[in-house]
Design a binder for this molecule. Structure first.
Ligand SMILES: [Zn+2]
Length: 162
């Protein structure tokens, strides 16, 4: 927490630091929890300051976790991936070959993306974010596993001979 010299609330320079976990709502996702985050508490007024170091790297790591999520991406996750690529809706829509309204509807949860759209979003992110090879390899495995997990078996009775 090198950049923090004075409390923004009271101007005091005395902080007590503690490492703890942090529910990282600032990420735009409601299910990200950071561990070992340094929290500074102002010794004078009690204001809490969260220090999140290397945030570009952190956002990339969260992006990879989202990418490897075993179930369908929700709207907030699609928005998170798009923002991680620093893309406007128009540009992201162009890459995916859909119109911007469609992307907005996914992100706002007004429309559930199909399974192939879900995969297209993941693969587009993987290419654009230039994810590391081990993550790419895991994504490849996930894409194959999902086929197996969602395989539908048809139980068809044999017609009786007439
Ligand atoms: Zn203070």
């Amino acid at each position: 927490m090198d950049n923090l010299e004075k409390c923004p609330t009271c101007g005091s320079g005395h902080f007590v630091f503690k490492k703890t976990h942090h529910h990282f709502l600032e990420s735009g996702l409601d299910n990200v929890h950071l561990t070992n985050v340094e929290i500074g508490t102002c010794a004078n007024c009690g204001e809490k300051i969260v220090s999140i170091p290397h945030s570009t790297e952190l956002m990339k790591l969260i992006g990879e976790s989202v990418l490897l999520k075993p179930t369908n991406l929700n709207g907030a996750e699609i928005r998170f991936l798009r923002k991680n690529l620093h893309m406007k809706i128009n540009d992201f829509a162009q890459l995916l070959g859909v119109d911007r309204v469609t992307v907005s509807r996914w992100e706002n949860g007004h429309e559930k993306p199909s399974r192939s759209v879900d995969r297209l979003v993941r693969l587009t992110y993987a290419v654009e974010a230039n994810i590391p090879e081990p993550t790419m390899e895991q994504l490849r495995r996930n894409l194959r596993n999902e086929e197996v997990d969602t395989k539908v078996d048809y139980f068809v009775p044999i017609p009786l001979a007439s």
